[in-house]
Design a binder for this molecule. Structure first.
Ligand code: ZN
Length: 138
């Protein structure tokens, strides 16, 4: 197996928020980056799913001021018992939160790396933790 074709979760998250620096696309929506964000949220949140991915039906502004365009995926936060639009986090900022909380070092629920050749996530060298009843999906 050629390791150059495997990107660890942390690298995918890093790509997701550094897009902001190199292009106008501050809200990554590609599969490797969105896979890393969703896997990262599940690891960070331990199946309690306080963040929920949502497809924008209109333009929004992220808590950090980023533009979220119609049809892009962003994240809502569960405040108490209801989903709120008060705390809206774009995909890029979500990736940054997860990266700096070191979710890459936590055991995976599903996969550990993105396989560039096969264009899909895979599990390498780590054991999965037991799955809770609910995991969020993209
Ligand atoms: Zn943002």
């Amino acid at each position: 197996m050629d390791n150059a074709n495997l990107k660890p979760l942390d690298d995918c998250l890093f790509d997701a928020f550094t897009n902001k620096v190199y292009s106008d696309d501050c809200n990554p929506q590609n599969y490797p980056q969105m896979w890393a964000i969703i896997e990262g949220i599940n690891r960070f949140d331990e199946g309690h799913t306080k963040f929920r991915p949502t497809q924008a039906r209109q333009e929004h502004e992220c808590v950090q001021g980023c533009e979220i365009e119609k049809n892009e995926t962003y994240f809502k936060f569960l405040a108490g018992s209801h989903w709120t639009s008060d705390l809206v986090v774009c995909a890029s900022c979500m990736a940054m939160i997860l990266y700096f909380n070191r979710v890459g070092s936590l055991p995976p629920y599903e996969y550990s790396h993105w396989d560039i050749n096969r264009n899909m996530p895979i599990l390498i060298g780590k054991e999965r933790r037991p799955r809770p009843e609910t995991l969020i999906k993209w």
